[in-house]
Ligand binder design. Structure first.
Ligand code: ZN
Length: 364
């Protein structure tokens, strides 16, 4: 008698179903318990902690409604806030956003928000580094003017005050002696600042034809190393301009204003107090002619400068952030560590300062 071949297909399917049940069952049970016991679990907590644990549990919208009802009935949470939570929930806001709104907004602001359409961008904005609700209107209007930017870029640029006019509400860099000092059209240094470790540059490293150039000591040591390394690759450049004091910068700027008018002068020349040259860590380079973006000298420094701590401060691709027309001749010493990050991430010094320096300060 022929034995019947076992039905492997059926067996396989039965096995699959059993496996799925084994996996799903505990999840279903845990979830049920989680929801049923939530109010008991939450009632011993302080209100703010309760709200954040509630949201970190990531309930679905329907679960949220259920739990809120229970919490309200048991008088564990305030009815007014519950109404806001439900209303925001109904509008489609996710738990992270609701948590943010409930914890940070006044009742007036919450009501205002509920009267408006669901704001998708708001949900993304609040997750971003540097987001500050007080600047929300500035983000929205900057974004309107720069629709191609990501919301992250919008927040960073508003934080750098790029939505304001140059020189408007400028703040003072109180630590100009630091290699991390930020000087731009929104941040200036004191008229009286003069580095205390300036040294004279030797001929060959600087064009000293019209007076000996000065630069801070560490910047000079590193610059010499860079120039010597470049020479080995048959690349030659030297400093055409280095440290400039406040009075000299003022005189330069005024000359440009007289020749080109203020609006034009502001696109390429810094006002006194707003020039990095006063830091003593900045050099303008030449090789007979001023170095421009794309020149072999520029390309060499772009590729190798960071190893010695130097960066280009004003690039063509970053004009909208730096506020200056490209200056392929203007380099700044920021130290090897900072220069490496700026080089690898292809960011401006302004962005580096915001993300790595100002952030560190404020979290201390
Ligand atoms: Zn310069």
């Amino acid at each position: 008698m022929k034995r019947k071949k076992p039905n492997y297909k059926l067996r396989r399917n039965v096995a699959k179903i059993i496996i799925v049940i084994i996996i799903l069952l505990p999840i279903i049970i845990i979830n049920k318990t989680k929801i049923l016991h939530a109010p008991i679990y939450l009632q011993n907590m302080k209100y703010s902690k309760l709200i954040s644990s509630f949201f970190s549990a990531n309930y679905t919208n329907d679960e949220t409604k259920d739990i809120l009802e229970k919490l309200k009935k048991e008088k564990i949470i305030d009815k007014v806030n519950t109404n806001y939570i439900s209303a925001l929930n109904d509008k489609g806001y996710n738990h992270n956003t609701i948590n943010f709104v409930i914890t940070n907004f006044s009742k007036t602001d919450m009501t205002k928000m509920l009267n408006k359409k669901y704001d998708k961008d708001f949900e993304e904005y609040i997750t971003l580094d540097f987001f500050k609700y007080s600047k929300y209107n500035r983000y929205v209007s900057y974004q309107k003017d720069h629709p191609s930017l990501s919301l992250d870029d919008v927040v960073v640029r508003v934080e750098l005050n790029l939505d304001k006019d140059p020189y408007e509400d400028a703040t003072e860099e109180k630590n100009p002696n630091s290699l991390d000092a930020l000087v731009n059209k929104h941040r200036h240094i004191s008229k009286d600042y003069k580095p205390t470790d300036l040294v004279n540059m030797e001929d060959g490293y600087a064009n000293n034809l019209y007076g000996v150039k000065e630069i801070r000591k560490e910047t000079y040591e590193q610059f010499k190393k860079m120039v010597d390394a470049a020479k080995k690759d048959d690349i030659v450049f030297y400093a055409e301009s280095a440290y400039r004091d406040y009075e000299y910068q003022d005189q330069l700027y005024e000359e440009y204003v007289n020749e080109f008018g203020q609006e034009k002068a502001d696109t390429f020349a810094a006002r006194a107090g707003y020039s990095e040259h006063q830091l003593g860590t900045t050099l303008d380079l030449a090789n007979v002619w001023t170095i421009e973006e794309g020149d072999p000298e520029y390309e060499w420094i772009e590729k190798n400068g960071y190893k010695y701590g130097f960066i280009f401060r004003y690039k063509k691709s970053k004009e909208d952030i730096t506020g200056f027309e490209a200056e392929g001749w203007h380099i700044r010493y920021v130290g090897v560590e900072a220069a490496t990050i700026i080089h690898k991430k292809n960011i401006t010094f302004d962005e580096y300062w915001l993300k790595y320096i100002s952030n560190k300060k404020s979290s201390n």
